[in-house]
Design a protein around this ligand. Structure first.
Ligand SMILES: [Zn+2]
Length: 322
């Protein structure tokens, strides 16, 4: 009998609830847009209602375990959200306790990038690979790593902030306060900003000039590049160059076997991966090594919360063996 896992993912744009099992099979999911002023009471109610609805749909009385993914600063041991950039009023929100009391099952909490890294370890290209790095290219840029077969958390639990690596000194100001972070240039928001800032080019581009500023995003840039828009091509080339600088920095420091690229930008597929691999190869200069650059799990978003209880079991078994 597979164990049923109820997964929650509270992200920057949407809140998802997923039902899956311990083999990694996704049974169903429901989503809602994230509302900044939701507050903790309403958020808890939403998660609870979405959770029961999914369980009802599949005729289940309760989940066996719960996985919770949160975009923001969390304490996984205490099962607590420390702060969330997307929803106000969540400081020290004991989300695990709320869900455990409601559903009568144990809950496991991780931040979004760590959970996605764990999903790649269990079900993706990180399976059986001792040293791999996962990088997510989305509105922001984050990541995680398995080193010597173990999840690397760092001494304060926040290792893997790959987006806050400076790739252009004196570059644009990042949300973290530094200048020229990879995220500020090649994150979704950074790409959109680079387009919008070039007013002359936007006005001269047949495609961009028709959009409202709020409609400009990374997806449009890749789409317009495919349609032959010269300005988009320039922005994409610049993005790929800085991504390659960032990836080679990571590779030079950690020497992974595989580098997994996920997040919304990975949906650009070959339009991203093919030039990115070429740019990385060039950026290696004399330090070349055969690191595989692969696309992240297509179902990574749904699998991330489902992975958490499964991974906890594996870690426990490993700890008992030593
Ligand atoms: Zn930064």
């Amino acid at each position: 009998m597979p164990r049923h896992i109820l997964g929650f993912d509270v992200g920057g744009t949407k809140i998802s609830t997923v039902l899956g099992d311990d083999t990694g099979k996704i049974l169903g999911s429901v989503r809602k847009p994230t509302v900044r002023h939701l507050g903790r009471k309403k958020l808890a109610d939403d998660l609870i209602n979405m959770g029961w609805k999914l369980l009802d749909d599949f005729g289940l009385k309760k989940p066996d375990e719960i996985g919770v993914v949160f975009a923001g600063l969390i304490d996984s041991e205490k099962g607590m959200v420390l702060s969330s950039p997307n929803i106000l009023g969540l400081k020290n929100f004991a989300v695990n306790k709320v869900l455990e009391d409601e559903f009568g099952a144990r809950a496991y909490l991780e931040n979004d990038a760590t959970a996605a890294t764990i999903a790649e370890r269990l079900f993706g290209s990180g399976k059986g690979v001792n040293n791999f790095v996962y990088i997510t290219l989305s509105t922001g840029i984050g990541g995680g790593a398995f080193l010597n077969g173990k999840l690397y958390r760092g001494s304060h639990g926040i290792a893997g902030e790959l987006g806050h690596m400076v790739v252009m000194s004196n570059g644009p100001v990042c949300g973290c306060g530094r200048r020229g972070c990879l995220e500020a240039i090649a994150g979704g928001r950074g790409i959109a900003r680079r387009v919008s800032e070039n007013i002359t080019a936007v006005n001269e581009s047949q495609l961009f000039s028709k959009l409202r500023p709020s409609e400009i995003d990374a997806r449009k840039v890749f789409e317009f590049k495919r349609k032959g828009d010269m300005f988009s091509q320039l922005i994409v080339e610049e993005t790929i160059y800085y991504l390659a600088v960032g990836l080679v920095n990571i590779i030079n420091i950690l020497d992974p076997e595989v580098l997994i690229v996920g997040g919304g930008l990975a949906n650009a597929g070959d339009d991203l991966f093919s030039p990115l691999k070429t740019a990385v190869r060039e950026e290696f200069k004399s330090m070349y090594r055969p690191v595989k650059i692969v696309r992240g799990l297509k179902q990574g978003h749904d699998l991330a919360p489902i992975s958490l209880p499964i991974f906890n079991d594996i870690e426990l078994t490993e700890a008992q063996q030593h």
